[in-house]
Design a protein around this ligand. Structure first.
Ligand code: DOR
Ligand code: ZN
Length: 347
């Protein structure tokens, strides 16, 4: 039995840090284990311009705990008004690492997202030209499409047409939740990557709905049936470099989750690395965790693998994670996998 595993310090290729009091509360949770993270731009108002991204990056850096070794990788929120030249300038200066596409209305704070994909063609073409990746929330928003089908339909109706119309555009299909998403990424060349969250490797839709409704398991894209969860596990343990970790850790205060119409998001920043060690060990693939969490992402983004390391240790007693973290806005519940976890980060 492996009791100890040392890997290069991991990165999180999809993270929500929010702003203000919430940023202060959640940033240390990620900075403790991760060297870099792609920071989502869905603030209110969203991070749309290079100037917005610079100001947000400054707020993140100011909120970092003393001595933390963490670099936020900024993204711009794509709107129908986005100026290709502003995007190109922000990329050239090293300020932004990717642009985020939210179909309008798909999820939390996505109202300013894209309705008419023709309107963003000039931006996508500029991005293909300069090699700036597009991170995609892959769900259609049409009310008549069943929520469990929205990812699969998005591939046919939106993602594949964008790929065909924009050769050379580097695309990340984020937080894949279906076998369809896995298969699509695999069918593409090296210009395409897919991120997978920790929680989608652990829960299926029964966890959310059977035996009582569990708001802390509700996120978007919503967890699908068991066959899809197993396809995600096969993808992350298969060693394919197109798949890498994007936790989509998305904090909401309990009051916003435990209510008649709760927000989408699972907060996993605190215990993600322990949970991943558990999952990969369960799959007999602990040796593949390094690729998924620390190597494939940098390879896709053309960045160096982190030189510092992170060590995971297996202990006899279950690790005790905080049930909640406190923020100035209220408590945030930490994702509970529902089983004992024996891996802890030793640093
Ligand atoms: O569950 C989610 N929460 N999915 C998203 O796409 C957005 C995120 C959030 O910002 O809370
Ligand atoms: Zn997200």
């Amino acid at each position: 039995m492996t009791e100890r595993l040392t890997i290069p310090r991991p990165d999180d290729w999809h993270l929500h840090l929010r702003d203000g009091a919430m940023l202060e509360a959640v940033l240390p949770e990620t900075a403790r284990h991760f060297a870099r993270a792609i920071v989502m731009p869905n603030l209110v108002p969203p991070v749309v311009t290079g100037a917005d991204a610079r100001a947000y990056r400054d707020r993140i850096l100011a909120a970092l705990p003393e001595g933390a070794d963490f670099t936020p990788l900024m993204t711009l929120y794509l709107t129908e008004q986005t100026d290709p030249e502003d995007v190109a300038r922000a990329a050239a200066s090293g300020l932004v690492t990717a642009v985020k596409l939210y179909p309008a209305g798909a999820t939390t704070n996505s109202a300013s997202g894209v309705r008419d994909f023709d309107k963003v063609r000039p931006v996508l073409e500029k991005m293909a030209e300069i090699g700036l990746p597009l991170c995609v929330h892959g769900e259609v928003t049409d009310a008549e499409i069943d929520i469990f089908d929205r990812e699969a339909v998005f591939i046919d109706r939106v993602l594949d047409p964008i790929r065909r119309a924009t050769p050379g555009l580097r695309v990340v299909m984020e937080h894949i939740t279906t076998a369809d998403g896995v298969d699509y990424v695999k069918s593409q060349d090296r210009d395409m990557g897919g991120t997978i969250t920790t929680h989608h490797l652990i829960i299926n839709r029964n966890h959310i709905l059977a035996g009582g409704i569990r708001p802390h398991y509700y996120c978007l894209p919503v967890a699908k049936r068991e066959t899809h969860r197993l396809a995600l596990r096969a993808a992350v343990t298969g060693g394919d470099a197109r798949f890498f970790l994007g936790t989509d850790s998305a904090p909401h205060v309990d009051a916003a989750k435990e209510t008649g119409c709760g927000c989408a998001g699972c907060f996993t920043a605190t215990n993600t690395m322990s949970l991943l060690a558990h999952v990969f060990e369960e799959e007999g693939a602990l040796d593949r965790l390094e690729g998924f969490a620390a190597r494939h992402g940098p390879a896709f983004y053309g960045l160096p693998v982190n030189e510092a390391t992170l060590t995971l240790e297996k202990q006899a007693d279950p690790v005790r994670f905080p049930e909640k973290i406190e923020s100035g806005d209220g408590p945030v519940t930490v994702f509970d996998p529902g089983f004992p976890v024996h891996w802890r980060v030793a640093q």
